[in-house]
Design a protein around this ligand. Structure first.
Ligand code: DMJ
Length: 672
């Protein structure tokens, strides 16, 4: 109750009293602090007030009551949330995975069409990675597949983000943005044992999953330049060669090899990795509606295995889309007649419509690299389908070659006869064409199978010793270590660009526990491969170089013969640069790759879309375009470029994936 104006000189006393209960008798006079007296006194004062004064006081009272009620409620909420937050904090320390689920998943896990995943991701711990270099965010968590629709949506969101980025990049070149690439991992519980004679159960697809607990990794300028290059190449293919094997960018047409949309299939997983949603979706539609293997056409077993079967399998793993597995099964089955030979060493060619196979017209030999570089793909097909026949067929080839005579300290000849099963053309040894990927697949199969197949490892290690003993030399004047060839005891200082896969493979072996001197050799050889570009007028390597073994005034290390001065947009050096950067973190490897990309742009880019192989790497003013874009430019070269420029080791983690020889990543069955 308001007391009214106080008498002059007396202290002012303002107060309000509210009576809530029944009144009680009060006494008057002197200081009486009894409740009854105070209530009576208040009531008296209230009566003395005018109606207006009472109304104002009642209004004020009501207003204060409402305010009080509101602030009580909100304080309660605040308090509740503070209390809950501290509980959540405790949970974070004990159960980090739960909180991480709040982040969007970027890469979907693959699953079979009928896979029945729970509604919510399930989490499990994995071993921390052993890789030495840059890693973003926590690494010890793994997420199992969330629901398909959520994952696809998130993938699309990511792809859209990349598209926006590329657009933004066009406007403001220096502006940096971020996308949520999280890389992919394989679940340890989906490991597969090495070959067994038992009937295999169909294996769950490897779960390629977003590590969405990590910080988003920025896409950098160089990666954006790769995306731009890919889009330019794709534009040419789409405009002039859609659904055909290869683009002829100058004549704005196409060439056909198998008539199976080779470039499109080879490029599928690259688009996925680069985050090109629109392009990927369009290509997927073509695979779904137009890719038909029931065709009366001869295909090369090796090329169609590494590009088509490999491309479909890796795309299946990355996207989880069962369409790609179905297509992989189809082509895998159609290639099987190649193994029906007296020796079980497959023929080079198969008619995938008729189910017949044959060697080339002029010989009954097959190429050693070809028959020993189809194993990663067929073994994986067996794992996914549970059908052992694929694996049996290719394992038999490896077992046979393992015990075959005619090797020279682990080095193999280039040909093998499909009737006798014996090496032919003995005495010629190279790490280049016709033998190269034999060595690559020895190591990679051993890694794929969980490092248990000792014969593969033995053959690989012995072969590298053979390389050191017979094929290594140093050039003049720069003393570059290179891998030459041996023909009937005579050393030739000739090195194919194809050999440049070797530094990467050596580095991969060292990363997987092989001798440290493999890494040393990798470091010297990648320098040589780089010089095969740097010492040439266009900054692009020719197909073959010859090294100078003796210093001559005015001569570089690298000599090029007129017949060898073409460049087919090959990937091997960029591939090795990628491995070297992953395992060392040395930025010079990225810089070298960047130079190469710029030179591809300078000398092989066709303004109307696409890139072309060239005939003369020594003539910058006229590199003589050949009018052909090989499918591996999109399948391999640009993919390895993109990965080389990335600082995210989980962008195709090398402890979980093994790249086939066409750069299609397949899961390691027992990840490190
Ligand atoms: C690709 O098809 C593969 O990398 C193969 O192993 C070698 N040739 C080309 C690329 O140069």
């Amino acid at each position: 109750m308001y007391s009214g104006p106080a008498a002059a000189g007396s202290p002012r006393r303002d107060f309000i009293s509210v009576t809530l209960g029944p009144e009680e008798a009060v006494g008057v006079g002197g200081y009486n602090n009894s409740k009854a007296w105070r209530r009576r006194s208040c009531w008296r004062k209230w009566k003395q007030l005018s109606r207006l004064q009472r109304s104002v006081i009642l209004f004020l009272f009501a207003f204060l009551a409402v305010c009080g009620a509101i602030s009580y409620t909100s304080m309660g909420e605040t308090w509740k949330s503070v209390t809950n937050k501290s509980l959540d904090d405790q949970r974070t320390e004990q159960q980090i995975p739960r909180l991480k689920l709040a982040n969007p998943v970027v890469l979907p896990a693959p699953q079979k069409a009928d896979a029945n995943h729970g509604d919510y991701p399930e989490l499990s711990l994995q071993k921390p990675p052993k890789l030495p270099h840059v890693r973003r965010g926590p690494s010890n968590l793994q997420i199992k597949a969330p629901r398909r629709d959520t994952r696809l949506k998130t993938r699309h969101d990511t792809m859209r983000a990349v598209e926006e980025l590329v657009e933004a990049h066009k406007v403001e070149k220096t502006e940096k943005s971020i996308i949520s690439w999280r890389g992919a991992v394989i679940e340890p519980d989906q490991s597969t044992e090495p070959p067994s004679s038992k009937i295999m159960e169909p294996e769950k697809p490897s779960s390629v999953e977003a590590e969405d607990q990590k910080e988003p990794v920025p896409i950098n300028e160089r990666q954006l330049a790769v995306i731009e290059a890919f889009r330019h190449a794709w534009k040419g293919y789409k405009d002039f060669a859609w659904g055909h094997d290869e683009l002829k960018p100058l004549s704005k047409s196409y060439s056909e090899w198998f008539g199976l949309g080779l470039t499109l299939i080879d490029a599928l997983d690259t688009m996925w990795i680069l985050g090109l949603k629109e392009e990927f979706d369009e290509a997927r539609k073509w695979v779904a509606n137009d890719l038909v293997f029931d065709k009366n056409v001869d295909v090369n077993l090796f090329e169609s295995t590494i590009r088509i079967l490999g491309g479909l399998l890796s795309t299946y793993h990355l996207s989880g889309d069962s369409l790609f597995l179905e297509k992989a099964k189809d082509i895998g089955n159609r290639l099987m007649p190649a193994f029906k030979t007296p020796s079980k060493i497959p023929y080079s060619d198969v008619n995938i419509g008729r189910g017949t196979a044959h060697p080339p017209r002029w010989t009954s030999d097959s190429t050693v690299a070809e028959v020993t570089s189809i194993q990663l793909e067929f073994r994986e097909l067996s794992r996914l389908t549970g059908d052992e026949k694929f694996r049996k067929a290719v394992d038999e080839v490896m077992k046979h070659v393992h015990i075959l005579s005619g090797k020279n300290d682990g080095l193999v000849p280039m040909f093998i006869n499909t009737n006798s099963g014996q090496f032919t053309h003995l005495g010629v040894y190279t790490l280049g064409a016709r033998a190269d990927s034999y060595y690559e697949y020895l190591l990679k199969q051993w890694i794929q199978g969980g490092k248990k197949e000792n014969e593969l490892l033995e053959d690989y290690v012995r072969a590298i010793e053979g390389v050191k003993k017979h094929l290594l030399q140093r050039s003049e004047p720069k003393k570059l270590t290179f891998v030459g060839e041996l023909a009937h005891g005579h050393f030739s200082a000739k090195m194919d660009h194809l050999v440049c896969f070797l530094p990467g493979t050596l580095a991969l072996g060292a990363h997987n526990g092989l001798a440290a001197d493999h890494m040393k050799l990798a470091e010297t050889l990648i320098e040589t491969c780089y010089q095969m570009y740097a010492q040439v007028e266009t900054g692009l390597s020719p197909e073959i170089v010859h090294f100078n073994l003796h210093a001559q005034k005015g001569h570089k290390d690298v000599e090029i013969k007129p017949a060898d001065r073409h460049n087919l947009l090959r990937p091997e050096t960029v591939e090795s640069l990628f491995y070297m950067y992953r395992f060392t973190g040395d930025k010079k490897y990225q810089d070298w790759g960047w130079e190469i990309l710029q030179n591809f742009n300078r000398y092989t880019r066709v303004p109307t879309g696409g890139y072309t192989s060239i005939n003369n790497v020594q003539n910058p003013s006229n590199p003589e375009p050949r009018d052909k874009m090989e499918s591996f430019f999109l399948g391999e070269t640009l993919k390895y470029m993109f990965l080389l420029f990335s600082d995210d080791i989980d962008l195709i983690n090398l402890d979980r994936y093994i790249f086939n020889t066409e750069a299609h990543p397949l899961p390691i069955w027992v990840p490190a």
